[in-house]
Unconditional design. Structure first.
Length: 116
């Protein structure tokens, strides 16, 4: 069974940095896409960044130039480096993995809190 384990969240001051990790296990296939989403209480989950197996990436306008998504394909792990963090980046961050034949899976979420 596919499992996604997220790590790297925490409390940071505005202007600081964090690196989130999403490790996928239990699949004999490499992922097609792994994406990071974020969600605040009472709001819809929104796409932050995504990376395809061949390396192409996409970002929400609000994080372009500040967040960088990368992958370690051999480990089925994706990282998201977040810099110049703002209080409005405070959210629970979730990773979502799309696998061929297996479908989509979500991680449990990791809290990111940016203090002003």
């Amino acid at each position: 069974q596919v499992q996604l384990v997220e790590s790297g969240g925490g409390l940071v001051q505005a202007g600081g940095s964090l690196r989130l990790s999403c490790a996928a296990s239990g699949s004999t296939y490499s992922f097609d896409v792994i994406s990071w989403y974020r969600q605040a209480l009472g709001k819809q989950r929104e796409l932050v960044a995504g990376i395809r197996s061949r390396g192409s990436t996409n970002y929400a306008d609000s994080v372009k130039g500040r967040f960088t998504i990368s992958r370690d394909g051999a480990k089925n792990t994706v990282y998201m480096k977040m810099t110049s963090l703002k209080p409005e980046d405070t959210d629970v961050y979730y990773c979502k993995a799309e696998f061929p034949f297996l479908g989509n899976y979500w991680g449990q979420g990791t809290q990111v809190t940016v203090s002003s």
